[in-house]
Design a protein around this ligand. Structure first.
Ligand SMILES: Nc1ncnc2c1ncn2[C@@H]1O[C@H](COP(=O)(O)OP(=O)(O)OP(=O)(O)O)[C@@H](O)[C@H]1O
Ligand SMILES: [Mg+2]
Length: 458
């Protein structure tokens, strides 16, 4: 678990997100609190529940962005999901428990990749030895698949053969293999072919509650067909490395670690929570909104969820919810759910000053992106300071006049501003383009002041 101090977390977030100090602070505190909890003695530790957070703010001010960056920053299991995706149990759609399952699935996969990485060298060596066995059959050839379970004995066999001439031949062959001199040779290899039916028999939706994946199950139940095939050495090397990796990675341990990680430091980001708030209109899919909130309760409060890897407790998972709450307020959520999210943070709407910084400061700033894109066509674009000011001003104006879509306005503006250059770039004669305030004003002159036009274009 990451032991970044709150100030360090904020500092990292600052690299990508402008302003929104309060929101950054509270997610940083929440994160640090997980770490603090880990340091408390066990009896009390179990009593300390996470304080869930709701981020409230208009659209396009960085709510999702904060979550995304947070995910990369911590090595806690992190899963982001739209609350609007869920439906009440019994309706068509995903049930809320699936988010815990998905979080676990994600974590298991991540840990598996890490484990694979850790044994890669050893698996490679073992595969190499097996290839050599195939290329240089011994007097009593050992079939790779039979000795697969009894690797120990197999290696004794290999080393038992004594330091006769064959071992030096073997080393020569090993060198050739490593240098790619054997890449065109073929070896006979028993490959397993899982016969997964081409047709999808079940859809998984209904089975989700049980956390059973039929494809996996069928895959394991069907008889494994092994077939002897002639395979080129590099491909055989891949297949064998994979086999060896699988045998070296202790999946039980991976799963156990994953479950523990999820239970102790998992974070679920519930985006668009306002979409399940609000009084039911009484028609259409709205009917299940409150139901979804009720389904959410036990998970947020802490309950045990059945997954295909075993039961997972959600007691200490941190939930960060976010929503624009345009048409409704947090108080429109059912009271029980409000109580589960004690920390409310408002994000500010953005103005021209912030836009200037958003355009230029973040590591992935929009202007940098366009500069990099156009450089691939050999064009050097330079944005003068007054151009940046002007763009930000226009963004603010258009946000005020039409709908306030926050920093997303910058995206539409930039596309419109650079359209000609993006189109002509490969054929431009002057490979250097300077964008100044005048250029920006010219470009937006007619559009900006015409409400209808700007509604469509910007
Ligand atoms: N404060 C900010 N600093 C830097 N970039 C920002 C900021 N706010 C928004 N952006 C940029 O604007 C875009 C939209 O932001 P984001 O997805 O975070 O919006 P949101 O707050 O989640 O909105 P919604 O309520 O519509 O989901 C992103 O590309 C993001 O990089
Ligand atoms: Mg969002």
């Amino acid at each position: 678990m990451s032991d970044l101090k709150p100030a360090e977390i904020v500092q990292e977030l600052d690299k990508y997100i402008i302003g929104q100090k309060k929101a950054k602070r509270s997610v940083a505190i929440a994160l640090r609190n997980r770490w603090r909890r880990q340091q408390v003695e066990p009896e009390l530790r179990d009593e300390i529940a996470p304080k869930n957070i709701i981020l409230i703010g208009p659209t396009g001010v960085g709510k999702t962005e904060i979550a995304r960056r947070l995910a990369r920053l911590t090595d806690s299991p992190f899963y982001k999901v739209e609350a609007s995706k869920f439906t009440e149990v019994g309706y068509v759609g995903r049930d809320v428990e699936s988010m815990v399952r998905d979080l676990l699935e994600l974590t298991v996969n991540r840990l598996k990749v890490e484990e694979n990485e850790a044994v890669r060298d050893r698996a490679g060596q073992m595969a190499e030895d097996r290839i050599l066995d195939l290329l240089l059959p011994k007097s009593q050839p050992v079939k790779p698949n039979q000795n697969h379970d009894a690797k120990e004995t197999h290696f004794e066999l290999v080393s038992d053969r004594g330091p006769d001439t064959s071992s030096s031949t073997r080393e020569k062959l090993r060198q050739m293999l490593r240098n790619g001199k054997l890449d065109n040779r073929y070896v006979d290899l028993d490959v397993t072919e899982k016969n997964i039916p081409v047709v999808e028999i079940f859809s998984n939706v209904g089975m989700e509650e049980m956390g059973i994946n039929f494809k996996d199950m069928l895959g394991n139940m069907l008889p494994k067909n092994t077939k002897r095939r002639k395979i080129k050495v590099p491909e055989a090397m891949n297949i064998l490395t994979q086999e060896e990796t699988q045998s070296l990675v202790d999946m039980e341990k991976v799963v156990k670690n994953a479950i523990e990680k999820v239970e102790q430091s998992g974070i679920i980001f519930l985006d668009e929570i306002d979409k399940i708030a609000g009084k039911d209109g009484g028609h259409g899919p709205d009917i299940s909104r409150e139901g979804v909130q009720r389904d959410l309760l036990p998970i947020v409060e802490g309950s045990t969820i059945t997954t295909k890897y075993g039961p997972v407790k959600s007691d200490h998972i941190l939930f960060i919810a976010s929503g624009a709450f345009h048409t409704c307020k947090p108080s429109d959520l059912i009271p029980e759910l409000q109580g589960r999210f004690p920390i409310r943070v408002e994000l500010n709407s953005l103005g021209a000053d912030e836009f200037v910084r958003i355009l230029t400061e973040p590591k992935n700033a929009l202007l940098l992106q366009y500069i990099a894109l156009l450089r691939t066509d050999g064009v050097d674009v330079v944005f003068e300071d007054d151009a940046v000011q002007e763009i930000s001003k226009v963004a603010e104006d258009v946000n005020n006049q039409t709908e306030n879509i926050g920093a997303r306005r910058l995206h539409t503006l930039m596309e419109c501003l650079l359209e000609d250059i993006l189109f002509l770039a490969p054929d431009l004669e002057h490979k250097k383009v300077v964008i100044d305030g005048k250029y920006v004003r010219e470009k937006f002159k007619n559009i900006k002041d015409n409400r209808d036009l700007s509604r469509f274009i910007l």
